[in-house]
Design a binder for this molecule. Structure first.
Ligand code: CDP
Length: 239
């Protein structure tokens, strides 16, 4: 699909509502780069866990002092056809998705210095546009001028069900109630924090996908793109 100009697509929304699935589909179709900002907050969390900077609480000042020692990058894995997250040169793609990181990521993402550090990196990644970025504050803070902003949501039970199936499919030993509690707790912290709380940008298109399949949702967003940035139906043909 070819648009009539290069754009930034911002996808925000609640935990586990399929942001990354939609973002990857769009990046693939448009030949854009997909950037998973949640993975960046997760990588910082993994760093803090490994360094003993989290006990029963986060040792905030020590983590802030270490921010310049945390190098995060995405490297494309041609075999798996996806980008993977690297923390200081190590592939941590699987480890950052586990429950221990999920438990601590929202408290880490509340720290203003962590946010401004990562937001700067994210803005640099989008300086030439042609990106699809997902997270919580992309349309509100990282790219307030993004040409297309989507805000995804779904019921907490449906989101927990999807995450449960995903982790189980990866062979992890998971408990549905624990996942549901984690999803609800992350939503609560993400939406109520002082810095960049999760909320739809005024100009975001809100999609509740509780009863919408992956392909239906994708078709809906493609139609929006075609109307807004396409030259009629012509843009739907691949170049
Ligand atoms: O995939 P899922 O929705 O479960 O979460 P994620 O996108 O991997 O993000 C993990 C956590 O990082 C979120 O619950 C937020 O607390 C935080 N986050 C954030 O604060 N800002 C972002 N731009 C992205 C993630």
């Amino acid at each position: 699909m070819k648009l009539n100009k290069d754009i930034i697509i911002a996808i925000d929304g609640h935990a586990s509502c399929g942001k990354s699935t939609l973002a990857k589909q769009l990046a693939n179709t448009l030949n854009y780069t997909y950037i998973d900002t949640g993975a960046m907050y997760r990588a910082v969390t993994l760093y803090a866990l490994r360094r003993g900077l989290i006990s029963d609480h986060v040792h905030t000042q020590e983590l802030i002092n270490d921010l310049n020692k945390i190098h995060i990058e995405f490297r494309y894995n041609a075999q798996l056809q996806k980008a993977e997250t690297y923390l200081n040169g190590e592939n941590v793609e699987d480890e950052i998705r586990g429950m221990e990181v999920s438990r601590w990521v929202s408290p880490i993402a509340e720290i203003a210095e962590v946010r401004s550090h990562l937001v700067r990196l994210q803005q640099a990644m989008g300086k030439n546009k042609r990106i699809v970025m997902d997270g919580r504050d992309i349309g509100t803070v990282v790219f307030p001028d993004a040409e297309l902003k989507i805000f995804l949501t779904a019921s907490a039970e449906e989101r927990a069900r999807r995450r449960y199936l995903e982790l189980k499919g990866k062979g992890q030993d998971v408990d549905f109630d624990e996942i549901l509690k984690n999803v609800q707790e992350r939503d609560r912290i993400d939406s109520s924090r002082d810095v960049s709380p999760l909320k739809p940008a005024d100009d975001a298109i809100i999609i509740d996908n509780t009863n919408l399949g992956i392909e239906e949702q994708f078709a809906l967003v493609i139609a929006i793109l075609a109307v807004r940035f396409g030259n009629g139906i012509d843009c739907l043909t691949k170049d």
